[in-house]
Design a protein. Structure first.
Length: 176
């Protein structure tokens, strides 16, 4: 009967998500790095100084919880809207989401192939896609809430924590 397959795939999904949690952070780190680097190179092609300002502003916002107005003063921009335009946080989060889901899906399907028949792989794939999408959405929602909340009650979201770890690593700050 059908129920057996359902129970089985429930267990497999559970077992699977356990395997996959450490992968989530690794993929998140990779997605943040990719998106940051892409953004920096894109800005740098037009304006090296601005590319450095972007990195510094990103750090001030996510790692130190400074307001856009405060950041404008520190990086010598006239107005806070210029910082908002430089950071494009919503677009940045959307790019991270896109990268992260691509990376996760390919990695997860690789894992899934190890222990699934073709039929249950299809069930598994759709359950996993749902689970991944939910997980990524909650990560991004937390980052959005953080970005729009008053900066005085600044708590770092998981998104910000991982981004700050990346920004603090030597991989980034390049002022070529």
């Amino acid at each position: 009967s059908n129920n057996v397959v359902d129970d089985d795939s429930e267990n497999q999904t559970g077992e699977f998500l356990k395997l996959y949690r450490p992968q989530f952070l690794e993929c998140l780190d990779n997605a943040l790095a990719t998106v940051t680097q892409t953004r920096v190179s894109k800005i740098r092609r037009k304006d090296v100084v601005k590319a450095n300002k972007f990195l510094i502003a990103l750090k001030f916002f996510h790692c130190q919880g400074l307001s856009m107005g405060e950041i404008a003063k520190r990086i010598e921009m006239k107005a806070q809207f210029q910082v908002t335009r430089l950071l494009k946080l919503k677009e940045f989060r959307a790019d991270v989401t896109h990268e992260l889901l691509l990376m996760l899906k390919s990695r997860v399907l690789e894992l899934a192939r190890n222990y699934s028949s073709v039929e249950s792989l299809q069930v598994l794939e759709s359950q996993i896609n749902t689970a991944l999408t939910e997980q990524v959405s909650s990560l991004i929602a937390e980052a959005e809430a953080e970005a729009s909340s008053s900066r005085s009650e600044f708590h770092k979201s998981r998104f910000a924590k991982r981004l700050c770890e990346y920004l603090d690593s030597e991989k980034v700050m390049s002022s070529e």
